[in-house]
Design a protein around this ligand. Structure first.
Ligand SMILES: *Cc1c(COP(=O)(O)O)cnc(C)c1O
Length: 233
């Protein structure tokens, strides 16, 4: 086994152990949880190695990097687009993303619908919810919870978009537990109107335990699996 594969395997085992423990504590089954390996900044060769660990889902946050990497990767994965998405990148992302996690505004819904219709694809999407209580901040992404149901309604009416659930990132400067607890309440209300949209994408390397406790179905794990990313900028 290559050194890199051994390293990834060891990291993956630690994460699986953390998920198992968190599930036990929450009275959940580990089989309810999908791990998405966030491969941003890491090369296609690492992505291909993940297949040998049985990882089937990978996530990227920038279109330019993701679209190039998708062409280089040899193995089959389900591709998740998890980053803030500019409307002018919608067309490109629809070409390769199986699930887009970061839908957060009307203009983007319209662009995604148009792009998906043009290639006759049913595009699966999540709505990103902004959990920051200090007020909306357009630079960070996510819709304000009060506007969630209107956006969900628009997606439901879009012929080429499938609303699959919600996504969120714990706000900076706050404990993740209370933030994910608020998310679980927002989600309970949302599910009354969109009962089929059961995915909850929440939890990253640092806060996966809290996310599992409050109902996450999809974890987005980068550094704990692939290693610390070099700081950019
Ligand atoms: C980078 C990123 C992650 C993974 O973060 P880690 O802390 O490295 O696990 C998860 N979600 C989003 C939206 C990201 O951009």
């Amino acid at each position: 086994m290559s050194n890199r594969l051994t390293e990834l395997k060891e990291n993956y085992e630690v994460i699986q152990e953390r998920i198992n423990k968190a599930c036990q504590k929450a009275g959940r089954q580990a089989s309810e949880i999908t791990l998405i390996a966030v491969t941003k900044t890491y090369p296609a060769i690492d992505v291909d190695l993940l297949q040998q660990l049985g990882i089937e889902n990978v996530g990227e946050n920038k279109d330019q990097e993701a679209s190039a990497k998708k062409l280089e990767v040899k193995e089959q994965f389900k591709w998740h687009f998890i980053g803030q998405l500019q409307s002018n990148k919608a067309k490109s992302v629809v070409n390769y993303a199986d699930l887009i996690h970061s839908v957060d505004r009307i203009s983007l819904v319209k662009e995604l619908q148009k792009s998906a219709a043009s290639i006759n694809k049913q595009q699966e999407v999540l709505i990103q919810v902004d959990l920051d209580q200090r007020g909306p901040d357009p630079s960070r992404g996510g819709i304000w919870p009060a506007e969630l149901l209107d956006l969900a309604g628009l997606i439901s009416q879009s012929s080429h978009l499938q609303l699959m659930g919600l996504m969120s990132v714990a706000p900076l400067g706050e404990e993740p537990g209370p933030a994910f607890e608020r998310l679980s309440l927002i989600r309970a209300d949302f599910l009354k109107f969109h009962p089929q949209a059961k995915i909850l994408s929440a939890g990253m390397s640092e806060d996966l335990e809290e996310a599992v406790l409050f109902g996450a179905t999809h974890l987005r794990i980068g550094s704990a699996l692939l290693g610390e990313r070099p700081k950019i900028g």
